[in-house]
Design a binder for this molecule. Structure first.
Ligand SMILES: Cc1cc2nc3c(=O)[nH]c(=O)nc-3n(C[C@H](O)[C@H](O)[C@H](O)COP(=O)(O)OP(=O)(O)OC[C@H]3O[C@@H](n4cnc5c(N)ncnc54)[C@H](O)[C@@H]3O)c2cc1C
Length: 425
């Protein structure tokens, strides 16, 4: 465990260094970071720890950041909102100039970003990590207004969506049905919906044991499927029904008033609580800046993370197309460091450094019951592809292994502490 923890701490940014004073020296490289979530906060933090001569500005509208990771544990009753909420004070103490505003437009030629408040910020290199947008209307009837009744709880913002879903679970009578609509690939956090199912089941088992979960999935399989389903059977009996896309699991329409999820073949499922996770794309800013291709995501150089469509703009986090890597907070964090190192090197006329990317996605299936998937990836020399290193990574072993599950739940908690420290600490 010690070895794993120290490796994770190292990957997530290493030991804390003394906070350097803000630096606004004439001629210092100006690194502008847009978006203060997993990619952006990691990039700003790493830049100040590693390159004290670089001037770092972070633009983020929210004054506090509520993480998606561990939001499912809030639904399960295992975390409170304060435990997954982070301030930007630590970044300020490191010398990052944090501006709470929204980036409204990017001028890649003039190397300038205009904020909603009117300010224009010039940069030498821009790091963009604005996250995802939900494709309103991709499921008929599911728009922003519908999300106030059928929460998605898939973008952290201020945590309101996650809290709304939690309140709905609390208000649901015992014996009710919780329906989930789960999107096709690619989407933010491949194991996330299934950890959510687990944590909702965890809550229902203790408080409303006659209730059911109906998980309607657009896909035919999912991340860590065997491990999740083993855990569901062992912990929750027949509480969970998962319906894959090839058995009419794909939700295409919602009726908010009737609380109905309607599938591709016209089956109408009436539920008591509906959690609709719609199809996704890169966030609006990336689309408006002309950085996405027809997939809705941003193609990048896989070594420098520079957008294919605009020199000098490095796009990290869920907004980009990360080859075989999942859209995860861990990947956002590890690639943020490579993007910063590349931005600095390219600004200095040097090539982007060689890279290796790591990912571990932990999921909580129940109390003291954690599972994980690990991947190690490398970009090729010309930055056109990323491949998984052969025989690296893998998933937790299957079988009746309570000690392994208990330890993985602990590793998950340690991962959360270490990654959020490397972002906000
Ligand atoms: C339920 C759930 C559980 C998850 N669990 C895990 C997990 O256990 N492990 C894991 O590794 N990953 C997990 N993830 C995935 C993880 O949350 C994302 O991969 C990660 O947040 C991506 O980072 P990002 O920087 O791209 O986006 P975000 O973290 O969403 O940050 C984007 C930021 O950009 C800001 N922004 C957007 N537009 C603008 C603009 N115009 N101007 C300025 N700022 C802007 C937003 O306010 C936001 O703060 C989970 C996701 C979900 C939904």
């Amino acid at each position: 465990m010690t070895t794993n923890l120290s490796r994770r701490a190292l990957l997530a940014g290493g030991a804390a260094l003394a906070a350097p004073a803000p630096l606004h020296a004439q001629g210092a490289m100006r690194l502008l970071v847009i978006g203060g979530g997993f990619g952006g906060a990691s990039a700003a933090n790493f830049a100040r720890r590693t390159y004290p001569d670089v001037q770092v500005t972070l633009v983020e509208p929210q004054t506090r950041f509520v993480t998606c990771p561990y939001g499912n544990l809030l639904l399960g009753g295992e975390r409170q909102i304060g435990q997954i909420t982070h301030s930007y004070d630590g970044l300020r103490a490191r010398g990052v100039d944090v501006i709470h505003d929204r980036a409204a437009a990017i001028d890649a030629t003039a190397k300038s970003v205009r904020l909603a408040g009117g300010q224009a910020l010039a940069y030498d290199r821009l790091i963009l990590s604005p996250g995802i947008a939900l494709r309103w209307g991709a499921i008929e009837g599911y728009d922003q207004a519908a999300a106030e009744t059928m929460p998605h709880a898939w973008i952290p913002a201020d945590g309101a969506q996650t809290l709304l879903l939690r309140r709905q679970l609390e208000a649901m009578p015992d014996g009710g049905v919780v329906g989930l609509a789960i999107p096709p690939n690619p989407f933010r956090c491949p194991p996330g919906p299934y950890e959510r199912i687990s944590m909702i089941a965890h809550y229902l088992k203790r408080h409303k044991p006659r209730s059911k979960i109906l998980a309607l999935d657009a896909k035919e399989g999912f991340s860590k499927q065997g491990l999740f389903q083993d855990g569901w059977r062992a912990l929750y009996g027949d509480m969970i029904e998962w319906v894959p896309g090839n058995r009419d699991g794909k939700v295409v329409k919602v009726d908010v008033g009737e609380r109905v999820l309607e599938t591709e073949f016209g089956t109408r499922h009436k539920v008591d609580v509906a959690n609709v996770i719609p199809p996704q794309s890169a966030a609006a800013l990336a689309i408006e800046a002309g950085l996405v291709n027809d997939t809705g995501w941003v193609p990048v150089n896989t070594r420098s993370f520079e957008a294919r469509a605009a020199a000098g703009i490095h796009v990290i986090g869920d907004a980009n197309i990360p080859g075989p890597m999942p859209k995860s907070g861990y990947v956002a964090n590890t690639t943020a460091k490579q993007a910063v190192a590349s931005a600095v090197a390219l600004h200095r006329g040097q090539p982007a450094p060689e890279a290796v990317y790591f990912n571990t996605c932990y999921s909580h299936v129940g109390e003291n019951y954690g599972i994980s998937v690990v991947g190690i990836f490398r970009p090729n020399a010309d930055g056109t592809a990323i491949t998984e290193v052969p025989n690296s990574g893998g998933v937790s072993p299957r079988g009746d292994l309570p000690e392994q599950r208990r330890l993985e739940a602990l590793y998950a908690d340690a991962w959360y502490d270490s990654i959020t420290r490397s972002m906000f600490g």
